[in-house]
Structure formats: C-alpha cells, structure tokens
Ligand binder design. Structure first.
Ligand SMILES: [Zn+2]
Length: 358
C-alpha cells in the first residue's frame, strides 16, 4: 500500500497481507482457516472460513455454484480440511457468492445450513424464480430509473441474470438464527447481531471468547458494499437501513477485534471502519443533493455519486445504488419526484429545503 493509502486507512490494520492461494488455507486464529474462492467479476474473489469443531468443521459462506468452485472445495476438503466432515454451514447473507453452494453442501454432504430467515427465504425464492426475459415489472423499474434507451433495448431482449445460474437448488429446511442468539462455533461462543442494507437480515457474529468477528459483507474493509434497490421492492430504503445498522453495530465494535469479512483482507479497526462507511454515504448524499438543484433521473446521478466513469460491467450495480440514494432522499422528504417522458422519475431538491443533508 502506498503512503497515501496508509493515511486514508489510518486505524485499520491488516495482520495478514497475502491472501491464501487457490486450494490453500491460512490459519488466522487457533482452529480458524481462511480460504478464498474465485469470482468471475471485477471483485474477483470471496472469502470463506472453516472453524474446527473437533470431529467436524463449521464453514462460513460458499462461493458461486460453478464446476470450478466445487472442485476447489473438494480439494480444500481433502487438503486443509483433512477429510473431516463439514457438519455445519453458516451463510451470512443471501447473495450468490455467499449462498451459492449451500444446497450442494446440504444434499451432497448432509451439512446443516444455518442462516437468518430472510436470507434463507430470499435465496430459496430467487432460485425458484427463473426468467427467460426480463419481467414487465423489471422493465418498468428500469424505465422509471431513466435507463438509457440503447441499454434498455438491449437488456429487454436478453436473458437476464438468473440466481439459479450460479446457486444450487436449495432443499427445504434450515436452522434459523436471529438477533441476540448465541451459537457455539469453533470452541467459541458467539453473539448474533443483524445487519441490513447490503442484504436484508445479514448475520454478523461476535465472539465472546476472543477478538474474532464474522463480518460477511456488512463489515468490509476498503470497499463499500453495494446498497441496491430492486424491482422486487421499488420503494425500499436500503441506504437508511444500512446507516441504521452501521450506527447500531458500532456499539459492539472495538479496535482490537479481528474482522473476518466476505471480501478483501481480514482487519482490525472496526470502530474506524464503521465511521468511514457511515461518512462515505453521508458525503455522497450531500453531493447528490447539490446535484439535484436541477431535476435528474437516477441514471443521471452517477457523476456526483461515483466521480468516475461507470463501465458496462458495473452499470447494473451502479444503477441500483443510485436508486437507493434517490429513494433515501425522497423518503426523507428532501427531494420531490415527478414523471418525465417514458415513465422516468426525475428528482429535485425541495424548494424550501436548505440543501443540507443530515
Ligand atoms: Zn459478497
């Protein structure tokens, strides 16, 4: 990391600077293995962990369901996991890079799936929801967001991303965890704390017996988790839920905790990190409010939010995050919205509002 990067990351430390190679594991705490699986995207990996329960393992998250990922898992099981059974799988949240192989572990190895109710219901619902073309509701949602005509025409004729493409079918049955539960994993007692905003009812686990925290994507270092609105709930305010969760989880954060996150490197400095995550979005909202002195669609709000050019590969994530920001301001009563041609909503700062975001 360069000097500038170190300054920005003040208060955040990465005790392990080199991630595990494919098929290998790094012991990050007694009985705790850190492993990585590849993702075919800009964010090219997901972290997974294994906790030694004596006779068996509890693993955390799974990666996508691809042939390659299954092969890597088989190598890991025969290698660092020493052929001991994977008795339990804790899934932090319902996104495919975390839940992708849950059904495979359940059916192939008899693994018990432990997750939150919303994570399980969302994942199972989405694996059953196969679409050959975007639904009418999705098309409407894109038009309302002001998606450009060329992109809209192209996407409306293409088979959309289907959750089931990269997530194994999920059998009926799981074990629920919820806020305030305790759980024994890897010889430690853990408190379950619930995050929100990146994914609804995202599980975070705080060890009572040492400094470990299982952070999933709620508590990531160095990258800000995507906060998105989807056609399933067009008026959702995930940004409001994200900010609420960051504030609430700050009460459990200590500088000495060692955070095992879903991406990037495990780190210490959670209180600083939570402050950064909160501040980043408040700054984004301030810039957006200034920008909305003149009416704009969600699609037109990329410049103040991202301050860089958004490529085609990131467009989908950028759009759902822009909608999350305008929704947050709209639901907080700071901007109004009115319909432009082609159903697009355009947002504008309220006349009597002084432009300050708080
Ligand atoms: Zn993730």
């Amino acid at each position: 990391m360069n000097v500038q990067g170190r300054k920005i990351a003040a208060g955040i430390r990465y005790p392990f600077e080199t991630p595990p190679a494919e098929g290998e594991a790094i012991t990050v705490a007694p009985g705790v293995l850190w492993m990585r699986l590849p993702l075919p995207m800009k964010l090219d990996h997901v972290n997974v962990y294994a906790f030694d329960d004596g006779e068996s393992w509890t693993i955390v998250d799974t990666g996508f369901d691809t042939k390659r990922t299954r092969e890597i898992w088989r190598d890991l099981m025969a290698g660092p996991l020493e052929d001991k059974p994977v008795a339990r799988l804790l899934v932090t949240h319902h996104h495919p890079d975390h839940v992708g192989l849950a059904g495979w572990f359940q059916t192939e190895f008899g693994t018990e799936l432990i997750t939150t109710r919303t994570a399980w219901l969302s994942a199972r619902m989405l694996t059953l929801d196969n679409q050959e073309l975007p639904t009418e509701e999705n098309l409407t949602f894109w038009r309302q967001a002001g998606m450009e005509a060329a992109t809209y025409t192209k996407r409306s004729q293409e088979r959309p991303f289907n959750f089931a493409d990269i997530v194994t079918p999920m059998p009926v049955g799981y074990t629920r965890i919820q806020e305030g539960d305790t759980l024994e994993i890897g010889g430690r007692m853990w408190d379950v704390r619930i995050g929100n905003g990146h994914a609804p009812e995202h599980a975070c686990l705080f060890s009572r017996d040492d400094e470990l925290v299982i952070g999933g994507d709620q508590l990531l270092p160095s990258i800000s988790p995507n906060i998105g609105v989807y056609a399933t709930e067009p008026m959702a305010d995930p940004l409001g839920e994200w900010l609420e969760a960051c504030e609430r989880l700050s009460a459990y954060a200590r500088a000495d905790q060692f955070i095992l996150g879903g991406h990037k490197l495990p780190y210490t400095g959670l209180p600083t990190r939570l402050k950064q995550l909160i501040k980043n979005h408040h700054s984004g909202l301030e810039r957006l409010l200034e920008f909305l002195e003149t009416p704009k669609t969600a699609h037109e709000c990329f410049p103040p939010l991202y301050k860089r050019t958004i490529g085609e590969g990131e467009y989908g994530l950028a759009l759902v995050e822009a909608i999350a920001h305008v929704n947050h301001l709209y639901l907080a009563g700071k901007v109004t919205r009115s319909a432009r041609e082609n159903d697009a909503w355009e947002y504008c700062v309220k006349e009597n509002f002084d432009g300050r975001e708080n």
